[in-house]
Design a protein around this ligand. Structure first.
Ligand code: ANZ
Ligand code: ZN
Length: 803
C-alpha cells in the first residue's frame, strides 16, 4: 500500500471537482432542496484566516451529507467587496479599489479551493460588480418609493479617522467598530432607512424561526421594545406642557423633579425667562462633546444643572417640582424628557443624592435609605392616593387608564432601535441612484438606466468638508432630471458596506438573471434559506438589516416568504494558542495555507471541526492538528486490513450502526466534534479487530467524506468502485442494532422513581418484576403494601402502583 500523500490526492480531486462541477445546484430539479448559507467574506488584503474555515467546513459537511442523502443542495460563495479597508489600501498604494478587489478575490478563491469546499462556483457573486449592484440600487429605489428612505439633517456618529458616518451598530463602546478611533456627534444630511417601521415585525416574526436563543435574545434586546406611557406635565404659569416617556407610570406620585436633555427645545423656547441661561449654555457645550455611550454610562458621576425660572406640576399630586438638565437624558429616545423617580430608578437616585433632591418612596419593599428599589415583581404601592395597595403591574394599568380618562397622557410603546444611517461619504460603495432637481426634489434614476456605475476618479479620499470624492467629478454629478428634463445633480453619497449583503442570498438563487434580481420560479423553489451560519458579531447588523430588507421585498411582492432564513446558528472564534484573539500585532495568526501545505486540507478540515464545541471559542493547537493528521493516516491504513467479500464485520455490527446514527445526528446538531470522535473510535475498533470488509470500509468512508472529502474519494477509487463517492448514498442504520444489550430501567412506585435496575434489552416483564423486587431500596416501598397494577414499557420504565 502506498503512503498517504494529501498533497497529491487533494490536488487531484480538486481538479476533478473543478472540471466536472459535481456540486452544481440545479434550478429545475425534482429533488427536495436544501439551501445552506455561510457569510461571504470581505476579501481583505490579508487573505483567509483560520477562523474562516470553521463555519465554512461546518456547512460544507452538512451540504455534502445532504447531497448524499438525495437533496438538491445550494451551497454558494461570493464576495462582499465594497468597503473601507479596500478603499484605504487603494488610497495608500494608489491602485484602483477595483484592482485591489480583483487581486484579493483571486487569492481568497485559490485559498478556499485549496481547502476543498463544495461550493457551487458557477453562482459566485461579487457585490462590486455593476451587474450585481444594479439590483442593490433597484432595491434601494423600492425603499425610496415606499417612503422608507429619506434624507434627514441629523446628528450622527462620525468617525474622526475614517471620516465617515456610522450607524449605532457600528459604534462599539464609543469608538469606531473598524478602526477604534473616537466617534463624535456631527450634524449631517444623511440618507436614512426606516427600519423602525419594521421593529415590531422584526421581533414578532422571530418566534417561528429556528434561531439559536442567544441570537434571538440579542436582536430582541437591540430592538428594545419598551411598553409604558407618555405623560404631560404642565409648566407652571405657561400655556405649555412638558411630555415625558416612562415605563413606570405606577410611580408618578414619586416624581419629585423632572430632567430634560441638554438639546431639549424647551430651553431655547423660554430662553428669555430662564434666569441662569449663561450657565446652562456652558453645560450644553460640555455635553455636546460627549457620545451617547459616555452620557449613559451607569458608573459615571452624575452631572446637571437646574433651570431657574421654570417649574412643572406633577399631574398626579399637583405638586410644583423643579426642572433640571442632565446629560444622561438623551434627546434621541422617548421625548427627550423624563419624570425623575429617585426612589425607584438607580440613575435618578444617584442624581437626587448628588443634588440633594427629595426622594419619595412609592413602592414598599426595599430600603430607600440605601438604594433605589427597582424590583417590579415584589412591591406594593404606597403614598400614591388611589393606587395605594396595588402591585406594580396593576398600578401601571390603573394609572394609564386614569391618565387617559383625564387627558393627561396615554399608553405608549417605544423602541431603542433607530433608523439606519444609510449614506457614506466615500467612494468605494454603491452609488445611491437618485438625482436632485430644484423643481422636482429627489427623483429616482429610471429602472432602465440602472446600474448607476461608479465613475473613475483620480483621488479616492473624501473631500475636506466631508463630502464623497464623487462630488468632485462635476461631469458625473451634473445630469438632467428624469422627470422634468431640467438641470439636476446626482447624489454623491454611496451606500454603506451592509447594503450588498442585505440581499445576496437572493442573488445566488439566480445569479445571471438580467431581468430580475432572481426569477419568481427560482425564488419559489429555493427560498427560504434552510440553514444560515454566521458570526455573533453580525446579529444586530447584517442579520437584522437583511431581515428588514427581506420584509420590504415581501411587502412589495418580490419574495413570498416573510423571513429569509429558517435557521440561524453561530460558531465560536478560533483563538491563538495562547488563548488570545488572533491578530497581527499579537503575532499569533495562523495562516490556513501553511496548515494545508504541511498537513493537508483534510487534516485542516478535521481539526477545525474536532477542535471543540462548535459554538464556543477555542484556542488553536498545533498538537491537535498533528493528532488529526495521525487519525487520517490510520484511516488510510484501513486499506491494509481489508478482507475479501461483501457483508458486515459481524462482531462490530452494533458499533457500526451506532456510529451511523451518531454521525448522522451530530452533523445536523452542530456536534461535529463528537461525530468525528465517534468515527475515530470506530476506526480504532476496526484496527484492533484487524479486519474490515469492503461493505464496512465503504460505509466508514462515506461517513467521513463530508469532513475529509479528498482522502475518502481516493480510498473509494482504490476500492475499484465505478462511480465517485460523492454520487453514492448516505448509509442508514438499523435501529435494533444500535440498542445496547444491557440497559437501565427506572422503577417507579406510585409515580416516584425509587431506583433503577440493570437488565438485558429484551428482558420480559416477569424478569423485570423479579429484579425490581430484589432491589433493596425499591422493596422498602413495596413491603406491606398490595400491588394493584404493574405498568411496564419495555426498554423505558416500570411503574408499580401499590395501596
Ligand atoms: C420614570 C421611571 C421610574 C423610570 C422608575 C424608570 C424607573 P427603557 O426601559 O430603556 O425604555 N427615560 C425615558 N426617556 C429617556 C431618555 N430620553 N433618556 C434617558 N432616560 C430616559 O427605559 C425607560 C425609562 O428610562 C423611563 O421610565 C425613564 O425613566 C427613562 F422607577 O420614568 B422612567
Ligand atoms: Zn425635475
Amino acid at each position: 500500500m502506498r503512503e498517504y500523500t494529501p498533497g497529491k490526492i487533494e490536488k487531484k480531486w480538486q481538479q476533478i471537482w473543478d472540471e466536472e462541477e459535481p456540486f452544481k445546484a440545479l434550478n429545475n430539479s425534482e429533488k427536495e432542496k436544501f439551501y445552506a448559507l455561510v457569510e461571504f467574506p470581505y476579501p481583505s488584503g490579508e487573505g483567509l484566516h483560520v477562523g474562516h474555515p470553521r463555519p465554512y467546513t461546518a456547512l460544507d459537511i452538512v451540504s455534502r451529507k445532504r447531497r448524499l442523502q438525495g437533496y438538491n443542495v445550494l451551497f454558494p460563495m461570493g464576495w462582499d467587496a465594497f468597503g473601507l479597508p479596500t478603499e484605504n489600501f487603494a488610497i495608500k498604494h494608489k491602485i484602483h479599489p477595483a484592482t485591489v478587489t480583483k487581486n484579493n478575490i483571486k487569492r481568497f478563491k485559490a485559498q478556499l479551493k485549496s481547502i476543498g469546499f463544495s461550493f457551487d462556483w458557477s453562482r459566485e457573486i461579487n457585490t462590486t460588480d455593476p451587474q450585481y449592484y444594479k439590483w442593490t440600487q433597484w432595491i434601494f429605489l423600492k425603499l425610496f418609493e415606499k417612503g422608507l428612505a429619506y434624507k434627514n439633517e441629523m446628528p450622527i456618529n462620525w468617525c474622526t479617522s475614517c471620516k465617515v458616518g456610522l450607524a449605532n451598530e457600528e459604534v462599539v463602546q464609543g469608538s469606531c467598530e473598524r478602526c477604534g478611533s473616537e466617534v463624535i456627534r456631527k450634524v449631517k444630511n444623511q440618507w436614512m432607512l426606516k427600519i423602525t417601521k419594521y421593529a415590531d415585525r422584526l421581533i414578532e416574526d422571530l418566534e417561528d424561526l429556528d434561531y439559536i436563543e442567544r441570537v434571538k435574545a440579542q436582536q430582541i434586546n437591540w430592538i428594545g421594545k419598551s411598553v409604558g406611557a407618555e405623560i404631560d406635565f404642565q409648566i407652571e404659569n405657561k400655556d405649555d406642557k412638558l411630555r415625558v416617556f416612562t415605563t413606570r407610570p405606577d410611580t408618578l406620585f414619586g416624581s419629585s423633579y423632572m430632567v430634560i436633555s441638554a438639546e431639549h427645545p424647551l430651553i431655547e423656547k423660554y430662553r428669555d425667562e430662564i434666569e441662569n441661561l449663561d450657565d446652562i449654555k456652558i453645560y450644553q457645550e460640555e455635553v455636546s462633546k460627549k457620545s451617547d455611550f459616555e452620557r449613559t454610562e451607569l458608573s459615571k458621576e452624575k452631572t446637571g444643572i437646574e433651570i431657574k425660572g421654570l417649574k412643572a406640576i406633577n399631574p398626579a399630586n399637583k405638586q410644583e417640582i423643579p426642572i433640571w438638565i442632565s446629560d444622561y437624558v438623551l434627546m434621541t429616545y422617548g421625548t427627550g424628557a423624563i419624570m425623575s423617580v429617585p426612589g425607584h430608578d438607580t440613575r435618578d437616585y444617584e442624581f437626587a443624592k448628588k443634588f440633594n433632591l427629595p426622594i419619595i418612596e412609592v413602592i414598599k419593599g426595599g430600603n430607600i435609605e440605601k438604594e433605589a428599589f427597582t424590583d417590579i415583581e415584589n412591591g406594593t404601592i404606597i403614598n400614591s392616593d388611589f393606587l395605594d395597595g396595588m402591585d406594580v403591574k396593576k398600578g401601571q394599568e390603573y394609572m394609564i387608564n386614569w391618565l387617559e380618562e383625564n387627558g393627561l397622557g396615554e399608553k405608549k410603546i417605544n423602541f431603542k432601535l433607530r433608523d439606519w444611517v444609510f449614506s457614506r461619504q466615500r467612494y468605494w460603495g454603491e452609488p445611491i441612484p437618485l438625482v436632485h432637481c430644484d423643481e422636482c426634489g429627489w427623483v429616482p434614476v429610471p429602472e432602465e438606466d440602472l446600474p448607476v456605475v461608479l465613475p473613475e476618479v483620480e483621488n479616492y479620499e473624501p473631500t475636506a468638508n466631508g463630502e464623497s470624492p464623487l462630488a468632485n467629478i462635476t461631469q458625473w454629478v451634473n445630469t438632467t432630471c428624469p422627470k422634468c428634463g431640467g438641470k439636476a445633480k446626482r447624489e454623491t453619497d454611496t451606500m454603506p458596506q451592509w447594503a450588498g449583503s442585505s440581499w445576496y442570498y437572493l442573488r445566488y438563487i439566480d445569479p445571471h438573471n438580467n431581468e430580475a434580481l432572481a426569477s419568481d420560479k427560482a425564488l419559489k423553489y429555493w427560498m427560504p434559506v434552510d440553514w444560515y451560519n454566521g458570526g455573533m458579531e453580525h446579529t444586530t447588523l447584517h442579520l437584522l438589516y437583511s431581515r428588514f430588507w427581506h420584509k420590504v421585498l415581501y411587502d412589495v411582492g418580490v419574495v413570498e416568504e416573510k423571513e429569509p432564513y429558517k435557521k440561524r446558528t453561530s460558531h465560536g472564534m478560533i483563538l491563538g494558542d495562547n488563548n488570545e484573539k488572533m491578530s497581527k500585532s499579537r503575532g499569533n495568526v495562523i495562516n490556513p495555507d501553511d496548515i494545508v501545505n504541511e498537513y493537508g486540507a483534510d487534516t485542516l478540515r478535521t481539526y477545525e471541526m474536532f477542535i471543540g464545541d462548535f459554538e464556543k471559542s477555542v484556542p488553536w493547537s498545533e498538537n491537535g492538528v498533528r493528532g488529526c493528521r495521525r487519525f487520517l493516516e490510520r484511516v488510510w491504513k484501513l486499506q491494509e486490513i481489508l478482507v475479501d467479500g461483501e457483508g458486515y464485520t459481524k462482531e462490530l455490527e452494533s458499533s457500526i450502526h451506532k456510529t451511523i446514527k451518531k454521525v448522522s445526528e451530530d452533523f445536523e446538531h452542530l456536534k461535529f466534534n463528537t461525530g468525528i470522535a465517534a468515527l475515530m473510535s470506530l476506526s480504532n475498533e476496526f484496527n484492533d479487530y484487524g479486519k474490515i470488509t469492503k461493505t464496512d470500509l465503504k460505509t466508514f468512508i462515506i461517513l467521513l467524506n463530508p469532513v475529509a472529502p479528498h482522502i475518502t474519494e481516493e480510498m473509494w477509487e482504490n476500492l475499484g468502485l465505478k462511480d465517485y463517492l460523492h454520487n453514492s448514498i448516505w448509509p442508514e442504520y438499523d435501529k435494533e442494532k444500535t440498542l445496547d444489550k444491557i440497559i437501565n430501567i427506572p422503577v417507579q412506585v406510585n409515580g416516584k422513581v425509587r431506583g433503577t435496575i440493570e437488565v438485558d434489552v429484551d428482558a420480559t416483564k416477569e424478569i423485570v418484576i423479579e429484579k425490581a423486587k430484589e432491589d433493596e431500596n425499591i422493596r422498602k416501598f413495596l413491603d406491606g403494601k398490595n400491588i394493584i397494577k404493574e405498568i411496564f414499557i419495555p426498554g423505558k420504565i416500570f411503574n408499580i402502583v401499590v395501596k
